[in-house]
Design a protein around this ligand. Structure first.
Ligand code: PBG
Length: 322
């Protein structure tokens, strides 16, 4: 006779047999940075999430550190006047990203700083690569990505997170790091990055929506899992230190497969649209926000993610600390 409910009969036994637990150690905090002074602008499609100028970023970094969070993932929004086809501004040693890295490290040198590496916030076309005749050039883009990655590490970043999905960029960046003497710079590869509608609010945040077409010649078809596994295998072989799946909740099977088949730690990006959905439903009173946050993040952990990049990092840290 089986009585499975015995294992669910009290809070004590439920917590003893709980298989997955969230911890503040699991989360990476995405941060959006803009030029200016005293700027804290709410992103319209991401209620409760903001773009910060560097001075206000200092307070945010203190708050993140006080909550026990240990890593940030930096993104910048640059003025249209600085954008061109090859993302020249991305290489400016005194550009917004490079200054943001230095600012975070000044406030808390122990916070792990990861940076987004892709051309889209710097591209006049809003694409992740250099455009020629309406096509995205792979190898020419990879050369810029190598320089961009080196420039971020030179500014003090610990890791780069290439999110562009060009072929061969992980190996090329690893080589560039070796040549520059950056033997301990980490690479978190966006390995299985899907061409997803769930990035919509992020593109509002950075004003980085593609000016023509879509990203389907480099980001993956949401219907494919073997392709995601292949990309992750290539990134592991090319020298990545961590493999990312993105988005998270609609791709839990991809997280699980990559975790089972490969050896590197796996991260998952709970993206802007996934954040916005919970926020919108909670605003309408249709979901309990805190419960939705913890249940969602737990599902990502259960699928096998070691690390979760999420706009709910601070909320989750507060909920877990309370
Ligand atoms: C840029 C990049 C994107 C995201 C992270 N890095 C957008 C895109 O590829 O269009 C999306 C993150 C989110 O939606 O939260 N290459």
């Amino acid at each position: 006779m089986h009585r499975p409910r015995i294992l669910r009969s009290s809070p004590a036994i439920r917590s003893l047999v709980q298989e997955s637990s969230l911890s503040v150690n699991d989360f990476m905090v995405p941060l959006f940075v803009v030029e200016g002074k005293g700027v804290k602008e709410e992103i319209s499609s991401m209620p409760g999430y903001y773009r910060f100028s560097l001075d206000v970023l200092r307070d945010e970094v203190r708050e993140i550190s006080d909550l026990g969070l240990k890593s940030v993932l930096l993104f910048v929004k640059v003025d249209d006047s600085l954008k061109d086809n090859s993302g020249t501004e991305a290489l400016n040693p005194d550009g917004l990203m490079q200054r943001a890295i230095r600012t975070v490290k000044e406030v808390n040198p122990n916070l792990l700083v990861l940076t987004d590496v892709a051309l889209d916030p710097f591209s006049s076309y809003g694409h992740d690569g250099i455009v020629e005749d309406g096509k995205i050039l792979n190898d020419a883009t990879v050369e810029v990505l190598q320089q961009m990655a080196v420039s971020h590490i030179a500014a003090g970043a610990d890791w780069v997170a290439p999110s562009d999905m060009m072929d061969g960029r992980i190996g090329a960046i690893r080589l560039a790091f070796e040549e520059a003497g950056y033997h301990d710079a980490g690479i978190m590869a966006y390995s299985a990055k899907y061409a997803s509608c769930f990035y919509g609010p992020f593109r509002d945040a950075l004003d980085s929506a593609p000016g023509f077409g879509d990203k389907k010649t480099y980001q993956m078809n949401p219907a494919n899992i073997r392709e995601g596994l292949k990309e992750a295998m290539l990134d592991q072989e090319e020298g990545a230190d961590m493999l990312m799946v993105k988005p998270a909740v609609a791709y839990l099977d991809v997280i699980k497969t990559i975790k089972d088949e490969l050896l590197l730690p796996v991260s998952a990006y709970h993206v802007s649209g996934e954040y916005a959905m919970i926020k919108a439903a909670a605003e309408k009173g249709w979901l309990n926000e805190n419960q939705a946050i913890l249940e969602t993040l737990t599902s990502i952990k259960r699928a096998g993610a070691d690390v979760i990049a999420t706009y709910f990092a601070k909320d989750a840290a507060r909920l877990l600390n309370s």
